[in-house]
Ligand binder design. Structure first.
Ligand SMILES: Nc1nc2c(ncn2[C@@H]2O[C@H](COP(=O)(O)OP(=O)(O)OP(=O)(O)O)[C@@H](O)[C@H]2O)c(=O)[nH]1
Ligand SMILES: [Mg+2]
Length: 194
């Protein structure tokens, strides 16, 4: 699939204001700093479509990007930032779980895990929600340029441990904004699920 057009549409703070649309949504989740916004930019081949490296943990909105006037990419707020107060964390859980469980438009979710780090409890929780609500997902191992092929194989194995329902987990995709590895695989999965 070719990306012909991509534009930022809006930030959503309250699920009652989600776009009234029937377009499919492809969603990116993962801990703060894992590379969600960088991935959206790489997919669209734009440097500044999604904001990178603002204060981690502060992003509490869902960001909507319209692609080829055909589907949305949705960048969810990052989780697991240690300095975030409990109240905000609870807010994150509710926002994300309500979105995942209620939003009919969600076609697929990409769960991003830093390829240098062990999957966290929150990654596991996210995968268990997706499986509970029967939403197909793929696990994306980000910052692949920072580790060797051998280490990546080990990381894929570690990540496979958090998968409960193999029929819902569509792929494990090493990804890097530096080398572009993984971009084609993500676009292919999107195309298959449009
Ligand atoms: N080397 C390398 N660095 C990356 C890659 N992807 C992201 N980064 C860097 O990781 C940092 C965090 O990236 P973001 O895209 O802002 O992460 P995020 O998941 O959107 O973070 P939050 O919005 O806080 O949840 C930035 O400094 C990026 O440049 C990658 O593939 N390779
Ligand atoms: Mg971000």
């Amino acid at each position: 699939m070719k990306i012909i057009s991509s534009e930022f549409i809006e930030s959503i703070y309250d699920l009652r204001t989600l776009p009234k649309s029937v377009l499919k949504e492809f969603v990116f989740v993962g801990r703060s700093n894992v590379g969600k916004s960088s991935l959206v930019n790489k997919i669209c081949n734009k440097k500044k479509l999604a904001k990178i490296g603002s204060v981690p943990g502060k992003t509490r909105q869902l960001n909507y990007f319209l692609i080829n006037e055909q589907f949305y990419l949705v960048d969810l707020p990052g989780y697991g930032y240690a300095k975030v107060p409990e109240q905000i964390r609870a807010g994150w859980r509710k926002l994300v779980e309500d979105y995942i469980s209620d939003r009919q438009n969600v076609s697929m979710v990409f769960v991003l895990i830093d390829s240098r780090h062990e999957p966290t409890y929150l990654d596991e929780l996210m995968v268990s929600w997706l499986e509970y609500y029967e939403i197909p997902y793929a696990i994306v191992l980000t910052k692949a340029d920072k580790i060797s092929k051998n280490k990546m194989d080990k990381q894929i194995y570690r990540s496979s441990k958090i998968v409960g329902n193999e029929s819902l987990c569509k792929d494990f995709i090493p990804f890097s904004i530096i080398t572009g590895e993984g971009r084609a695989e993500i676009l292919e999965l999107i195309e298959k699920n449009l």
